[in-house]
Design a protein around this ligand. Sequence first.
Ligand code: 4AD
Ligand code: MG
Length: 432
Amino acid sequence: SGSNKVTISTIGGFVGQTVTFGGWLARKRSSGKIQFLQLRDGTGYIQGVLVKEEADEATWENAGKLTQESSLYVTGVVREEPRSPSGYELAVTGIEIIQITQNYPITPKEHGVDFLMDHRHLWLRAPRQRAILRIRAQIISAIQTFFDERGFTLVDPPILTPSSAEGTTNLFHIKYFDEDAYLTQSGQLYMEAAAMALGKVYSFGPTFRAEKSKTRRHLIEFWMIEPEMAFVDHEENLRVQEQFVAHVVGSVLEHCRPELATLERDVTALERVLPPFPRITYDEAIDLLKEIGMDLPWGEDFGAPHETAIAEKFDRPVFITHYPASFKAFYMKPDPNRPEVVLCADMIAPEGYGEIIGGSQRIDDPELMASRFEEHNLSEEAYKWYMDLRRYGTVPHSGFGLGLERTVAWICGLDHVRETIPFPRMLYRLYP
Ligand code: 4AD
Ligand code: MG
């Protein structure tokens, strides 16, 4: 029909021209003589303007019929408009209605979180939710670029597994024909096998934890990035992690300024996220907590308030290293100088977002691994394949797991992980 079919994101290339795009009406304002249509098409927002005296009658009337979230094809002439956030507006010349929407549930008034979560499939259309999902996608892309450019190979571990990776208390049990199976908690053990085949590997996929925790940091289904590296020790592992996280934050700052602005994120806090990151040992963290009146006996794990208090002392993510072996995973390598602690680190995000990475050097000695199986009551039968990795050419190796949703929550400055994933799975929340 002589007009260019465009998207709002690229409309700036068509100033003075007639364009058409498919979209939805977000909001409408009208004075009787002039109608302002706030239009969205998924790629962005633009204001459409109709002046009664200039518009043809059918177009003016169609504009009048549009309700919130009605779908349409709109045609108009692109104009520069310095007062609009996008820099452009559309002088509307034609409207083809696809559907007039009745009673869209999410109105401009305030809604409670439960109501919004029940309507998550529609809530995704809100500008904030769109901004979060755009940043999530940028983070995923930055993660893959970081590892792809450094000689890592992407390897996919299985989701259905015969045994646990991170302990037996929070496994999702399912039937696998006549056998028992579990949804994966972590791909790590398989990634160790892959590292012995390919050197440096990473996985990216969903993981599952049947955790009865209802906190702002916990999801039942979350996505994890798990790099694993042969011939890499604890120290080198930490250097990869700080480079990695700084790269991801830098990439969001470079590519997602409009989205960060939509979220009103304080970007100065993100601009400080440059390596090296501070490091403190578990013992130092216990001392630090004592100084501020949060006494914790040696040998106990930190809770969210402890992590937040420790993070407040630093202006960028902090590593807490050398935790007691007693409450950490069975595969972590003891410090040779002090076997009651392990060569591990948690990376704690600033601003109260808590642990975003857990990682360690792994036990490479077959005898020690066998005794750990015994101490942790793990069946040698189920882990026979894992033991083979220590039996046939064992080498020092390390790796870590970054939780995607906690990272998105931190970078976006959100107060709950439920908004970081399109359809969150939480305690008491499986719908939609
Ligand atoms: O510390 P975790 O349990 O470590 C592992 O699973 C290791 N096997 C990783 C490895 O070394 N390959 O989990 C890693 C990260 C945490 O730091 C956190 O960011 C995230 O996964 N995480 C969760 N995120 C959301 N909801 C939950 N329930 C989470 N549990 C862990
Ligand atoms: Mg952890």
